[in-house]
Design a protein around this ligand. Structure first.
Ligand code: NAD
Length: 290
């Protein structure tokens, strides 16, 4: 890999990732939104006005885009050229990953799925977890690049493996958040302080990230979305996208994911009024008197 790299999709996540790459590389960058260039703080990030210009300047291109459809349309543009390596870090369906691998193969290009966990904070700090679907040779080639943006890089087997890992993690998270919110709401409705109950659960058998790191009850922890009116976190609509991917995959793979489906219904309802709020807002709904 040369010292230049391409980056497409400089939104909440992508902008931080691109800045970490720009510490040692020239980053040719493109985003479809009109104002994105105002967020550039490094002279090493070179904005270009179309995808073709990214592909003309860089052999390795990272994408961080909203969904399957957009990733495929951007990939199509990139794959007008040959011998490009596309590292897609967006969260998309594993089935879309299989399609992208085929598109790459048919056009003499290379594709790997490398979705992330760790949120906007992790993207900025360069501490993301990457889940990579690739053969060993490709994994060895891309992991030094991913290390510039992340702390933990996992090889998840062949193409699509990264998306399978991401989808399974987020389905479990969706369910766990509801379980913690229900327990804290039940305690609260019976007069127990959510802070006290959270302290107990954090060292007891229901301990999990949703209780000890990202607590959904306002005021239990500072600096988490629940203490900031559920702003600045992982939006309900994004969680719903991830659950949609997991439920589709459950059906296609013949897996019984009843709780995943129930969680999807709960977030679907929340999405009607709170699409842009953090997904921990499920606690607020559960504590409303019925
Ligand atoms: P975002 O909406 O902030 O960023 C997406 C960017 O893609 C936007 O800037 C948009 O203008 C750009 N874009 C859309 N269509 C485009 C096109 N055709 N060509 C070029 N650019 C285009 O979203 P985000 O929060 O940065 O998330 C990006 C991806 O990362 C999603 O797949 C999301 O599920 C995943 N993700 C997000 C988080 C998080 O906490 N936000 C965490 C892990 C994974």
């Amino acid at each position: 890999f040369s010292n230049t790299i391409g980056f497409i999709g400089l939104g909440n996540m992508g902008i931080g990732m691109a800045h970490n790459l720009a510490k040692t590389r020239i980053v040719y960058a493109y985003d479809a939104s009109p104002q994105w260039q105002s967020k550039i703080e490094s002279a090493n990030i070179k904005p270009v006005s179309q995808i073709a210009d990214v592909a003309a300047n860089a052999d390795t291109i990272i994408t961080m885009l909203p969904n399957d459809k957009i990733v495929k349309s951007v990939a199509q543009e990139i794959f007008r050229k040959q011998n490009k390596t596309l590292i897609d870090s967006s969260t998309i369906s594993p089935y879309a990953s299989y399609d992208l691998a085929k598109m790459a193969q048919d056009t003499k290009n290379i594709y790997t799925d490398a979705p992330v966990s760790g949120g906007v904070g992790g993207a900025k700090l360069g501490t993301l977890t990457f889940m990579v679907g690739a053969d060993k040779e490709l994994y060895d080639k891309v992991s030094p690049i991913l290390k510039e943006m992340g702390k933990n890089i996992f090889h998840c087997g062949k193409i699509g493996g990264g998306q399978i890992a991401k989808m399974c993690n987020n389905m479990a998270l969706a369910i766990q958040m509801i379980s913690v919110a229900e327990a804290l709401a039940l305690g609260k409705n019976m007069g127990m302080d959510p802070s006290m109950l959270s302290s107990i659960m954090s060292v007891s058998s229901s301990r999990c990230w949703s209780v000890d790191t990202y607590n959904p009850a306002p005021g239990v922890m500072p600096n988490v979305p629940s203490s900031k009116d559920y702003d600045g976190g992982f939006m309900v609509e994004l969680m719903l996208k991830d659950l949609g991917i997991a439920i589709e995959a459950s059906k296609k793979s013949g897996t019984d994911t009843q709780l995943g489906q129930h969680a999807q219904q709960i977030y679907n309802k929340l999405n009607e009024h709170f699409a842009k709020k953090d997904f921990a807002i499920v606690y607020q709904e559960l504590t409303k008197s019925k």
